[in-house]
Design a protein. Structure first.
Lengths: 188, 204
């Protein structure tokens, strides 16, 4: 018995209104940048003398070229993380958690290996963990190279008729469809 | 400042809860979408993009939505290449950045490994950024489809009125969602299985 998500006829308009409200009240939704910000915070804690987050009279900068670009925008966020995008992403996790409390929690076996992956790559936890980790490396490396992820490019981009959104969606589905179809032949 | 953070908190919480409700925090639904065996999630996202697009551009036409709130990203070689790299990982893990964090929040342990991998991948990009910059893969213009009144973004098709194009594209996304079959791959097999189940059911 698989718990059914909201039907697209209801979930689609609701999600659409929500991402519209984000643009109306603040700015388009995006997530993947916050992985860089957290990295920078951790790096700075680990090596405080490496100059990863440096405050100067003009603002923030970094010895890392990526954090220092655009006038040190990312270094500034790591230096003072109480900003809109960081709060948004933390609140997003709280919202998902609260929703799961209402909806009923994820079954125990499912937590380590989701059914579709169990059916195809087996129920061996460590293998699933390695695949999830490798997937995470690829997803975030790709997202930062692209300058955005599924939320920032695909949803927020395409809804603004941004050409980068269409190009990103094309690139992502170009590999995601064949990979999923080769890896996940059995239906869990 | 405080108001901005309150808005961020409310919007973020609502977005996270919605991702959970539409099944996006569950790798099984991502997998069913990417194998085209159940397109409910894809139809949801298409309708969401379409709805938001129509509301944003209609709102701009009537002066209700500030054009300055738009944030268009540059298109460059890295967008295509990065998208393709992300696509591999997306299919392997069943998570993308937002749904991985939300999957972790709803108690999925494999999502913890996805997020840890994500931090390593993001750090890898931080270190290798000068390389991509030096070969020009990150240089590009922030193109939009048409010319959007009040915005400075260059238009891919300058003759096209950008806000009108946004409404038409939004309608097109919703139309595709409606026309897209719920199951595309393995329809015959699924129908046969359902017929089998119906046949054996009365005998039990």
């Amino acid at each position: 018995m698989k718990p059914m998500p909201l039907n697209w006829k209801i979930g689609g308009p609701l999600l659409g209104i929500l991402v519209f409200l984000a643009v109306l009240l603040a700015k388009p939704i995006g997530v993947s940048t916050q992985f860089v910000v957290l990295d920078a915070v951790l790096w700075n804690l680990q090596q405080p003398d490496a100059g990863i987050v440096t405050q100067t009279a003009e603002g923030f900068t970094s010895t890392n070229a990526y954090l220092a670009k655009s006038g040190g925008a990312l270094a500034a966020e790591a230096g003072n993380p109480l900003t809109y995008p960081v709060v948004f992403v933390l609140a997003m996790m709280v919202g998902a958690f609260l929703s799961s409390l209402i909806r009923s929690t994820v079954p125990k076996g499912e937590r380590n290996v989701p059914a579709m992956y169990r059916a195809n790559t087996g129920g061996f936890w460590p293998l699933r963990w390695v695949l999830a980790f490798a997937g995470g490396v690829l997803v975030l490396y790709g997202a930062r190279l692209a300058g955005g992820c599924t939320s920032g490019h695909m949803m927020s981009g395409m809804m603004q008729t941004s050409i980068s959104g269409y190009v990103f969606a094309f690139g992502a589905f170009l590999t995601a469809f064949p990979t999923a179809m080769a890896l996940l032949k059995k239906e869990g | 400042m405080t108001m901005t953070l309150v808005i961020a908190g409310l919007l973020g919480a609502a977005f996270g809860a919605m991702l959970d409700r539409i099944g996006a925090t569950n790798p099984n639904w991502i997998a069913r979408m990417l194998t085209l065996t159940d397109t409910n999630l894809m139809k949801t996202i298409l309708v969401a993009i379409g709805t938001a697009s129509i509301l944003i551009f209609a709102g701009q036409m009537y002066g209700l939505v500030d054009v300055g709130h738009m944030s268009v990203k540059a298109v460059h070689v890295g967008v295509l290449l990065g998208g393709a790299i992300l696509g591999f990982g997306w299919a392997i893990a069943g998570y993308c950045p937002g749904t991985g964090l939300c999957g972790l929040a709803v108690g999925r342990i494999d999502a913890l490994f996805f997020v840890a991998g994500g931090l390593v991948g993001a750090a890898g990009f931080m270190v290798s950024y000068p390389f991509w910059e030096s070969i020009g893969f990150l240089n590009g213009e922030k193109w939009t489809l048409g010319a959007i009144p009040g915005a400075d973004y260059p238009a891919a098709i300058p003759a096209l009125q950008g806000d009108l194009a946004g409404i038409v594209m939004g309608a097109a996304f919703i139309l595709i969602a409606i026309l897209l079959p719920r199951r595309i791959v393995g329809r015959t097999a699924a129908r046969a299985a359902a017929a089998d189940a119906a046949k054996t059911a009365p005998a039990e």
